[in-house]
Ligand binder design. Sequence first.
Ligand code: AMP
Ligand code: TRP
Length: 344
Amino acid sequence: MTKPVPRVFSGVQPTGNLHLGNYLGAITRFVDMQKSHACIYCVVDLHAITVWQEPKELAHNTREVTAAFLAAGIDADKHIVFNQSQVPQHAELAWIFNCVARMGWLNRMTQFKEKAGKDSENSSVGLFSYPNLMAADILAYRATHVPVGEDQKQHLELSRDIAQKFNNDFAKSIREAGYEDGFFPLPEPLISGPATRVMSFKDGTKKMSKSDPSDLSRINLTDDADAIARKIRKAKTDPDALPSEPDGLKDRPEAANLVGIYAALEGESVEQTLKTHGGGQFSSFKPALADLAVAKLGPIGEEMNRMMADKAYIDGVLKTGAEKARTIAAPVYEEVKKIVGFIR
Ligand code: AMP
Ligand code: TRP
């Protein structure tokens, strides 16, 4: 097997309510990466069940994330789109990584602390070892670049630590298998653009999230034009006009959020957005943002709804994607077995 080639991998959990943060922080970046890289995009259903999922809803949400990928412009013919549970190497490699990663590393994961809350004794073991499975997702393809939102930075660092420790622990065996500079690449996070952390419309200090009980806190990708416009109109703001320079957004989280969203949807920098809208009031900026959001998201939501009516088509995409994924992951895992010393 040759050296790792540049390859993009990323995942989204099928846990319902795909929102503007997922779209701007992750999915639009996935679309961009297709021009320059071979890409693998995965609906991570194994990750989803680290917290309870109603089986019928899980299946529905898996198809919905797939529909969102396709509607946003991911090309499943040229690249790979599939759901994680169809490729057994993810779970197999995750087990090996459970034995590479240290308790101390996982104990530092802030997302576990947030998700487990006060009742961590009652959370699943899977929720704790979640980041090891994430490392397995990426490294099963020896992927080199991982587009994600800001909230995944710590998990990506852990993936790098796992790759590094595996390369060190098995250095001799890896050399004997014919690899000069380690087996796994250290995957690089790609976190950039004006909207790596989209915030709640109700509270500019909280991230926009699937699990927020208030539907007004987020724009869902399946919201219609009226809902999008209404949520933007009702979004919390401060009473001041928009500044003309990014510096003027400091300590104004709600204003910074809406401007960042505008810039990301328009495909421009925050500086450019403020050049056009600086000095204006929210009473005129919000309708401009609503028009832009409806223009960009409306067609995606409609296309998602159209695709969701054709389950067989979506399931076919996932099946073909899983077959393609296995052709990459299976030989990688065979090498891992050899390196670790499993008789094959
Ligand atoms: P999840 O829904 O947790 O599987 O997240 C899927 C992708 O969306 C990940 O790359 C996240 O980092 C990204 N993401 C989730 N919420 C946000 C947000 N509020 N702002 C930006 N990116 C986000
Ligand atoms: N943990 C990621 C999230 O919640 C989803 C994910 C799972 C992922 N495996 C991945 C992201 C591999 C990037 C690469 O958003």
